[in-house]
Design a protein around this ligand. Structure first.
Ligand SMILES: [Zn+2]
Length: 116
């Protein structure tokens, strides 16, 4: 079974690394699921101009740092990044949502392979 298949052009990626290293795949944003953060959706663009999303849980291996228990959303410390799907910045607070944004950084900084 492959890691992911493009919903439009049917291109397949064999594994996570294959997917993240593909220069034709770009990170678009994050739809935070506040009820279950691992069910949040990371949105990607494929070069065929399709957008699709993959659950945060499938990238959990990319972040091994601390995960905080309390959510800071709505407090003075919260910059509100999670409320903006296109915001890719890491969160500066100790918030339970933070790990998902750290995963975004790993995806963003993943070394892209050579085309062809
Ligand atoms: Zn595609």
């Amino acid at each position: 079974m492959s890691f992911m298949q493009c919903t439009s052009c049917a291109k397949k990626w064999q594994n996570q690394e294959d997917f993240l290293a593909d220069p034709e795949v770009s990170l678009l944003g994050l739809q935070v699921c506040f009820e279950n953060l691992l069910e949040g959706l990371i949105m990607f663009n494929h070069s065929c101009k399709t957008t699709f999303s993959i659950e945060v849980s499938r990238f959990g291996n990319l972040y091994q740092g601390p995960v905080y228990e309390t959510r800071a959303t709505g407090t003075e410390q919260c910059p509100g990044y999670c409320l903006n799907e296109r915001e890719l910045k890491p969160c500066p607070t100790t918030c339970s949502c933070g790990f998902a944004r750290e995963i975004l950084q790993e995806i963003k900084n993943f070394p892209k392979g050579q085309r062809g």
